[in-house]
Design a protein around this ligand. Structure first.
Ligand code: GUN
Ligand code: ZN
Length: 438
């Protein structure tokens, strides 16, 4: 880490509140500086202001990086992704349960190897940084070594990451299943080694109800009750075949969500991926506990899971987060996630504005994950995690954005057309960790 002080001059955009669903952002929700200055020092943001206002205060000889013509936003956050599925992204043509058996479980078996886990951790983090994602909530495999490898790689890079060991003690190949108590003991060891170390946090990770016994879900709930600083990630109501299976496996639960409630797994730091097939009453129960639903639009379309209703949770005060869900998702890029969210929204008559989308990828995800005291905005005291976007990254994008007459139009073009080429640089912990090759 460097203690060195630097200034970046660029157009800056950061959210201070939810912009709402309107074409124009709610009053006071957006901070936009056309010729802005971002002053970073010791891995943190020291000041954010108009360049002309900050320039006279700068120490003599300070390094100024001139990014005029580029747009800086807080680093993107991915609330739900599986690093162990990186290499099975885009595996053809099945719905959830077949896809798990045919591609996912065989792939995850490889993560019993430390060398494999280390190599894929590095490759995954390289890919995240290439698309501007600086924080993610990550499923590892059921092997503790897959978690050690991922946290170690993240720690070396100074990244803010949440992750956990998959708990699964049934209904998968024997070599992928843990045993009920052993999985919990391994989880406790991993929490001790990694939770709160540097910028890392532990997320309890029961895969989903069908692959854990009630005893294992209860034990995970006990860990959560014991330490309110832990996160929890799992899957909920993604696919109708999954719903039927859960009803069969847990006849004592009124609905899928109640399976998790009965084990005490629903809390303010719980992320439930998908949540497509829920009713308003269930959404209300999630909202009451302060949990969030991870909307994974590219995954939902790829696996044919369904069209997520983005506005119904909002009516209940239930937070949603934006996520790639790679390898079910087809793209790690947050921009691609927003494009897919827009498309799902169109099919439901609820198109996503660029304001809502970019707020979601940054402050929205940070808040819902209780990380907004550290990341999600360009503001003094927060960690210096940000992305430098190039609105002229490709010839066609340059043509399109040259026509844009407002920030809203430019942002919308970026979310529909953007990809890894749009990300000129990614900074995390005050260091430039990715620069696009020319
Ligand atoms: N449900 C249980 N496991 C998984 C998984 O790995 N991916 C997705 N998309 N859904 C799941
Ligand atoms: Zn998932």
């Amino acid at each position: 880490t460097t203690t060195h002080s630097r200034l970046l001059r660029a157009e800056l955009l950061s959210f201070d509140a939810d912009p709402g669903e309107g074409d124009s952002p709610a009053e006071g929700s957006v901070r936009h500086l056309e010729d802005g200055a971002l002053w970073i020092e010791d891995g943190r943001i020291r000041a954010v202001d108009d360049y002309a206002r900050l320039a006279p205060e700068l120490p003599e000889g300070m390094e100024v990086i001139d990014h005029r013509g580029k747009l800086i936003l807080p680093g993107f956050i991915d609330s739900h992704v599986h690093y162990v599925q990186l290499e099975i992204i885009a595996s053809y043509g099945r719905q959830l349960l077949d896809w798990l058996n045919d591609y996912t479980f065989p792939e995850e078996l490889q993560f019993s190897s430390r060398e494999h886990a280390e190599a894929l951790s590095e490759a995954f983090l390289d890919e995240l940084l290439r698309v501007g994602t600086t924080t993610a909530q990550v499923f590892c495999s059921s092997h503790p070594v897959s978690v050690d490898a991922f946290f170690a790689a993240s720690h070396r890079r100074g990244l803010c990451m949440l992750a956990g060991k998959v708990l699964m003690d049934r209904h998968a190949p024997a070599a992928l299943c843990d045993d009920t108590e052993g999985g919990i003991r391994d989880t406790e060891r991993l929490i001790g080694d990694w939770h709160g170390k540097g910028r890392l946090g532990y997320s309890l990770t029961p895969r989903f109800a069908p692959t854990s016994t009630r005893a294992q879900l209860d034990a995970a709930g006990a860990l959560m009750r014991n330490d309110a600083s832990l996160w929890l990630q799992t899957h909920l109501a993604e696919n109708t075949g999954e719903l039927d299976w859960v009803a069969e496996l847990f006849p004592g639960s009124r609905d899928y969500l109640e399976v998790y409630e009965q084990s005490g797994l629903v809390g303010p730091r719980s992320t439930f991926a998908h949540g497509i097939h829920l009713d308003q009453e269930m959404r209300g129960r999630l909202a009451e506990r302060g949990a969030n639903l991870a909307f994974c639009p590219s995954s939902n379309m790829f696996l044919g899971s369904g069209l997520f209703d983005r506005l119904a949770p909002r009516d209940k005060g239930l937070a949603i987060t934006y996520a790639s869900d790679v390898g079910g998702g087809t793209d790690l890029s947050g921009l691609a996630t927003l494009k897919a969210a827009y498309q799902v929204g169109q099919l439901r008559g609820q198109p996503l504005t660029a304001w809502q989308g970019f707020h979601g990828l940054t402050l929205g995800n940070a808040r819902a994950l209780s990380l907004d005291d550290r990341i999600g905005r360009l503001a003094p005291g927060l960690d210096a995690d940000f992305v430098v976007l190039d609105p002229a990254a490709t010839p066609l994008l340059a043509r399109r954005t040259a026509r844009c007459r407002s920030l809203a139009e430019t942002l919308f073009a970026l979310m529909m057309m953007g990809d890894d080429r749009t990300v000129l640089e990614t900074w995390a912990g005050g260091r430039r960790q990715h620069r696009r090759e020319p």
